[in-house]
Write a protein that binds this ligand. Structure first.
Ligand code: PMT
Length: 220
């Protein structure tokens, strides 16, 4: 990519996995490490963008030159994205966001009682940040990119998700042993609403990040 081809642009990236607390010591979470989102942040800084990285429960070093906002839950991520995206030229949602959270939070640690069956876990829906921001852009010309991690019917599920979420690009990565969640490498197909597919071969997460920025820059 051309040096500084993202100069003058503000990009917002979400990374990591949200945690939805059940009580002070337990949560519902997922296996996202944040590596893909951090790779997007590092490559965007390298290409000259102003970067806001919204990090959910990651244990990675802050990317030099990015503003990092830390969140825990999907609702905190929602709030942080809304605030940061107001003047953003692109929003890339690489975070794995919990679709549901426990209906109730116990302020004291939940205890098991002898001879009693566990209480069923009741869940309620979280806001769909990507769908909401795709439908209500703060300004025309903002490009919105989603990610989807799938285990089966990867492309068909990806196409359906792209239509449902209403974003400009959807990066579909297959969940596997040495790709997607937690690994240094990834492999993906980037889908666009006009039917185009951009395959990105297995390689470092930075390589996929650079393809995402190329496609975003084309759309600007
Ligand atoms: O963090 P790593 O270990 O590097 O792993 C990277 C990754 C596998 C987590 C990443 O590449 C990825 O695929 N992220 C999306 C994971 C996923 O399964 O998303 P989803 O299908 O639940 O959601 C689709 C899209 O909607 C995502 O862009 C997500 O951020 C967004 N979403 C989902 C639910 C919700 N309530 N709000 C959202 O905005």
């Amino acid at each position: 990519p051309a040096l500084a081809d993202l100069a003058g642009r503000h990009v917002v990236i979400s990374a990591g996995g949200t945690r939805e607390p059940l009580d002070p010591v337990r949560f519902l979470g997922n296996r996202s490490s944040g590596k893909q989102g951090y790779a997007l942040a590092r490559t965007a800084v390298a290409r000259g963008a102003r970067v806001t990285l919204i990090a959910a429960n990651t244990e990675l070093a802050d990317p030099a030159g990015a503003d990092v906002v830390r969140v825990e839950t999907a609702r905190q991520l929602h709030e942080a994205v809304l605030k940061a995206a107001a003047d953003a030229d692109a929003l890339v949602m690489a975070a794995a966001v919990a679709d549901f959270r426990p209906a109730r939070y116990a302020t004291g640690k939940i205890k098991k009682k002898d001879g009693e069956e566990p209480a069923p876990l009741e869940l309620v829906r979280n806001p769909d940040i990507l769908a909401e921001l795709s439908a209500a852009r703060p300004h025309a010309g903002q490009i919105v990119v989603g990610f989807a991690a799938e285990t089966d019917d990867v492309l068909a599920n990806g196409r359906a998700k792209l239509a449902r979420k209403g974003c400009d690009l959807l990066v579909v990565n297959e969940v596997g042993e040495h790709k997607a969640f937690g690994s240094e490498e990834n492999e993906a197909v980037v889908l666009a609403p006009d039917g185009t597919q951009t395959p990105v071969p297995y390689g470092p997460k930075e390589a996929l990040a650079d393809v995402v920025w190329d496609l975003v820059a084309q759309r600007w």
